[in-house]
Design a binder for this molecule. Structure first.
Ligand SMILES: C[S@@+](CC[C@H](N)C(=O)[O-])C[C@H]1O[C@@H](n2cnc3c(N)ncnc32)[C@H](O)[C@@H]1O
Length: 288
């Protein structure tokens, strides 16, 4: 049976669970993306749901994916470049899975992840993603992963078909580990590029905790900087799209731009009771 995560008819689809993942919203979002273009840039890639669909539809000739989470980026590079070795390590994690193994793998960062190969780090990343509570990636202020093990009977630690499809889709893709600001500061974005920003969302309430991906916060200052950059890229001649929560703050910083309300159903939320539809905005920017 096809699930939202497995993609349609064997197409490449996200292989990670990721807070704010866009897989369930693709059919609502995709009509707003250009049908064809030269280059697509996604600076907050997360599980890269939008990229996988655009790539399957062959909409662009070149793709640049980026995220500031190094473990995530390393994982994509290994899936692209060293898949067989990764599959072997994941099979080993699958065979050893249990509480003691989980804790041992989680604690690898106490020794310093620099001691491990990129393949070992990518396997650790996927293993923790599949077995930790809710698939959350959360590190403490020392950068150590601190999510407890989830209660899953048979977590999909190794889904070889999905990884092979993702690896094929990632061939030739430029995968970077950068802060979002590099899109502008490094001169990456050029007129004609299509840039999709899916940043950590501005919290809809004081208790919402959707910005907790990394120790460095994504607060109102970053949201404001991103909004400024969004307008400058549109003025430069890029087609710019951005998702965020539908809050008065977000509406204010993108005032005057075309906004499309979208009803999101979140996949990751610690309280099942609040897994309802959450209003989001898709913001569109193009040179006038
Ligand atoms: C909402 S998620 C993206 C979800 C993605 N579109 C998907 O479908 O899974 C936001 C991403 O932004 C990344 N991030 C947070 N701060 C960042 C920054 N300053 N620069 C670049 N990426 C950042 C996080 O690591 C996270 O993967």
């Amino acid at each position: 049976m096809s699930t939202p995560e497995s993609g349609r008819s064997g197409r490449a689809a996200p292989f990670l669970k990721w807070a704010g993942g866009k897989q369930r919203l693709l059919d609502l979002y995709l009509p707003y993306f250009p049908a064809q273009g030269e280059r697509y840039i996604e600076p907050f890639m997360g599980s890269a749901a939008v990229f996988f669909r655009l790539r399957a539809e062959n909409r662009f000739r070149e793709y640049v994916l980026s995220d500031s989470n190094f473990e995530l980026v390393n994982c994509y590079r290994v899936v692209r470049d060293n898949l067989d070795a990764l599959i072997e390590k994941l099979a080993d994690h699958r065979d050893r899975h249990g509480k003691a193994h989980y804790e041992k793998v989680r604690a690898m960062d106490q020794r310093g992840l620099g001691l491990f190969t990129p393949v070992e780090r990518a396997a650790r990343f996927i293993y923790l993603n599949k077995t930790c509570y809710n698939g959350l990636w959360r590190v403490n202020r020392f950068g150590r992963f601190n999510v407890p093990m989830g209660r899953y009977t048979n977590p999909p630690i190794l889904d070889e078909a999905k990884l092979r499809a993702a690896s094929a889709a990632l061939q030739g893709v430029d995968i970077r580990c950068e802060d979002f600001r590099m899109v502008e500061t490094s001169g990456l974005a050029r007129p004609g590029d299509v840039v999709y920003f899916d940043p950590p969302y501005h919290p809809a309430s004081k208790t919402a905790n959707f910005t907790a991906y990394q120790p460095d916060m994504f607060g109102v200052v970053e949201q404001g900087e991103l909004a400024g950059m969004f307008r400058r890229l549109a003025a430069l001649g890029c087609t710019v799209l951005l998702s965020n929560s539908d809050t008065p703050f977000v509406r204010a910083i993108y005032a005057g731009l075309e906004t499309v309300p979208v009803q999101a159903r979140r996949a990751i939320n610690s309280r099942a009771a609040s897994r309802g539809a959450v209003p989001e905005l898709l913001i569109l920017g193009q040179r006038a």
